[in-house]
Design a protein around this ligand. Structure first.
Ligand code: NAD
Ligand code: ZN
Length: 235
């Protein structure tokens, strides 16, 4: 067990495993496929260009699953930590669901976008909240400019959001925690290497991630069981 002292700044990276106990499946579980498609085949600019309906059917399904999900003790533990640490905590998630916000977290950086937002693929109209589900044979949603409305998601091959802000927070942190992330999706998988040697690096999840050797501590277990008891003292 660890403690957080007043001089510490904490960076938390969460991945799909943190939402697993809320009933949102991870991609790399036993059944990492959707209708026999690998995830890369439906979550990429190439898929959008070739078959936008297939992409919207996939994200409509994910919106339905996420809309039914509730935060679990892992999300609540991270909200509690934010309440104690305020802006000494940075919460960066690869998750596109809104369970951190539902648990109360106020400063969540969604590096891979947000499931309940959409944007135009043709103009610079900012992303907007969109909880609709789109299924054929309806019309594909269109922007006033004529462009197609797409999910506000960072697809494979696209650049994640807010990387400047994320690396500033990484540069300042003294404690780095990754929870529920397999350590294979870049650039998030390399965050731990960026801070190693200078920050305490802690992993939380049921199995060692691919980048386990970069962590000083691995706490094996479910995020909902480990995170609420990870720190004995927070000041
Ligand atoms: P991943 O699917 O590659 O890995 C999930 C990790 O979670 C695995 O290491 C697994 O051991 C761990 N895990 C499973 N159950 C857990 C639990 N109860 N507690 C803690 N850990 C648990 O996920 P990733 O590393 O986040 O990367 C894949 C990509 O998938 C990301 O880009 C992310 O955007 C996306 N994704 C998001 C969601 C979501 O928003 N909820 C769901 C699936 C995938
Ligand atoms: Zn537009």
């Amino acid at each position: 067990m660890s403690s957080i002292s007043p001089a510490d700044r904490v960076f938390i990276l969460t991945g799909a495993g943190v939402s697993a106990e809320s009933g949102i499946p991870t991609f790399r579980g036993v059944n990492g496929l959707w209708r026999n498609y690998r995830i890369e085949e439906v979550a990429s600019p190439h898929a959008w260009a070739r078959d936008p309906w297939l992409v919207w059917e996939f994200y409509s399904m994910r919106r339905r699953v996420a809309a039914a999900a509730k935060p679990n003790p892992a999300h609540f533990a991270l909200d509690k930590l934010e309440q104690r640490l305020g802006n000494r905590l940075s919460l960066c998630t690869q998750n596109v669901d809104d369970l951190h916000e539902q648990a109360g977290s106020l400063r969540v950086v969604h590096m891979h976008g947000e499931l309940f937002k959409s944007r135009c693929d043709g103009c610079s109209r900012p992303p907007f909240r969109d909880t609709n589900t789109y299924d054929p044979p309806a019309e594909l949603p269109r922007c006033e400019c004529g462009g197609r409305i797409r999910p506000h998601i960072c697809w494979f091959g696209e650049v994640p959001f807010d990387l400047d802000r994320i690396f500033r927070a990484l540069d300042e942190c003294t404690v780095f925690i990754a929870a529920g992330t397999s350590g294979v999706v870049e650039p998030a998988a390399s965050f731990v290497a960026h801070v190693a040697g200078r920050a305490r690096t802690i992993y939380v999840g049921p199995e060692n991630p691919a980048n386990a050797s970069a962590f000083t501590e691995c706490h094996l277990g479910k995020a909902g069981e480990v995170l609420p008891n990870l720190f004995t003292q927070v000041s």
